[in-house]
Design a protein. Structure first.
Length: 199
């Protein structure tokens, strides 16, 4: 399937981001092969968080307001929503299946759907044809709807959690660059552990 083929170049994209009632945010995504950066900025252009991932190291989330970092497994730490690893989420933004070579993709009989699963996560991906494109992704307590496609590339994504939380990404600009160089990660201390709940 063409949606699972490798990306032809490194993705760079800018989105308008709305999380709950908060608007005016920007989300920028840069990839270099299977590594990447995801930055959320406030309406004045100041970065408030940065997520970084690579094929060989754990993904890190940098809270630039608090001045610290923590290890993350999925986009729930970035957007407060469902489990989808950052490298797979970046492929979804680029109009591909959210699957890396080590993930398992299994067709769902009788439906334009596939199951994608990796270590500790899985999701059901809905597809549409003419042209083939991803239109939905669901896993457990969360779901993503994708529309406004140009070919396979989604122009808008809506993320929903069963508890009522939501986020919307609207594509503003996209570019493809061969051999992109990613910015260095900030040198920040580890975030302190949260206080335990009172008894």
């Amino acid at each position: 399937m063409t949606l699972s083929r490798p990306l032809t170049a490194d993705l760079g994209a800018l989105y308008r981001l709305r999380v709950g009632r908060t608007g005016g945010l920007r989300l920028a995504v840069l990839t270099a092969g299977d590594a990447g950066r995801l930055t959320v900025s406030d309406p004045f252009g100041s970065a408030v968080s940065l997520a970084a991932w690579s094929p060989t190291e754990s993904a890190m989330l940098y809270d630039l307001r608090a001045g610290c970092r923590l290890e993350v497994k999925d986009v729930s730490a970035v957007l407060g929503l469902g489990r989808l690893p950052l490298p797979q989420a970046a492929r979804l933004l680029a109009g591909r299946l959210p699957a890396l070579p080590d993930d398992t993709v299994t067709p769902v009989p009788g439906a334009n759907q596939v199951m994608v699963s990796g270590v500790g996560w899985s999701c059901r991906v809905g597809l549409a044809e003419d042209p083939w494109r991803v239109v939905s992704v669901a896993g457990g307590s969360w779901a993503i709807e994708l529309d406004r496609h140009t070919g396979a590339l989604p122009g808008r994504l809506e993320l929903h959690h069963v508890d009522g939380r939501s986020a919307e990404l609207v594509l503003v600009r996209i570019e493809w660059v061969i051999d992109r160089r990613l910015p260095a990660e900030p040198d920040l201390p580890t975030c302190p552990a949260p206080d335990p709940d009172p008894a």
